[in-house]
Design a protein around this ligand. Structure first.
Ligand SMILES: C[S@@+](CC[C@H](N)C(=O)[O-])C[C@H]1O[C@@H](n2cnc3c(N)ncnc32)[C@H](O)[C@@H]1O
Length: 207
């Protein structure tokens, strides 16, 4: 099966690492898309849901490079420092924050992370602001009427810190559409953090 536009965009961030971690993999399509990359030695498909694991085992267990892990991302041990690409997509930002709190201290300077939270992105950004992981790139994919923000991170001081509200995020056609969408969406949120975010976003609209 081919990758969706969203997963295809995320797969473009691969940078010749040997160890792939598709955390919260569900169907496993993102992780499996790296199977034919010459540098890849192991693809770890990680999910805590037993039905998901059973399906993955039925489809992929005989493929030598595939390692299916029935566990939460929070419980992973990541060996082979500096050769890992982590992908965490389609979960809430609070769950991702918990996972990253456990995994970031295990990672090396050359490791990379792609995250795409479907909610609570501000909480995740706030956590990342204080972490040694910096922002290589951020953006949003629009697919089938939904917006999927993503951040690509590296432990490399040459890059800027993750910002609270995002900067590159609002560039380009998809970024501008996402900005308009969020301004409408946040208008019905009454809490202070959402209102501050909304005011910031309104300030980004060109007159
Ligand atoms: C909506 S699916 C996303 C699938 C795929 N990553 C994507 O973006 O298309 C979310 C998956 O995350 C898994 N999940 C939820 N909490 C998790 C955790 N703490 N660690 C790892 N996986 C988790 C769920 O079982 C589910 O299969």
């Amino acid at each position: 099966m081919g990758l969706s536009k969203r997963l295809n965009r995320f797969s473009q961030f691969y940078c010749n690492h040997s160890y792939i971690w598709d955390i919260g993999c569900d169907h496993g399509l993102l992780g499996m898309s790296f199977l034919n990359q010459p540098a890849v030695k192991q693809i770890n498909l990680v999910d805590p849901a037993l039905p998901v694991i059973k399906k993955l085992e039925d489809s992929y267990i005989t493929i030598p490079k595939i390692n299916i892990i029935h566990n939460k991302g929070q419980n992973l041990i990541i060996p082979n420092s500096n050769q890992n690409s982590l992908y965490i997509a389609g979960m809430g930002g609070l769950e991702m924050r918990e996972i990253l709190q456990k995994l970031l201290p295990q990672l090396g300077r050359e490791d990379r992370i792609l995250i795409s939270p479907h909610r609570h992105i501000l909480e995740l950004r706030k956590y990342l602001q204080g972490s040694p992981f910096r922002l290589v790139e951020e953006g949003v994919v629009e697919e089938a009427g939904h917006f999927y923000p993503y951040l690509y991170l590296a432990q490399d001081a040459r890059f800027a810190e993750v910002s609270l509200y995002g900067e590159q995020m609002w560039q380009g056609e998809e970024g501008q559409k996402y900005l308009s969408y969020l301004i409408g969406h946040l208008s019905c949120h009454k809490n202070l953090a959402s209102q501050a975010y909304l005011n910031h976003l309104k300030g980004l609209i060109s007159p």
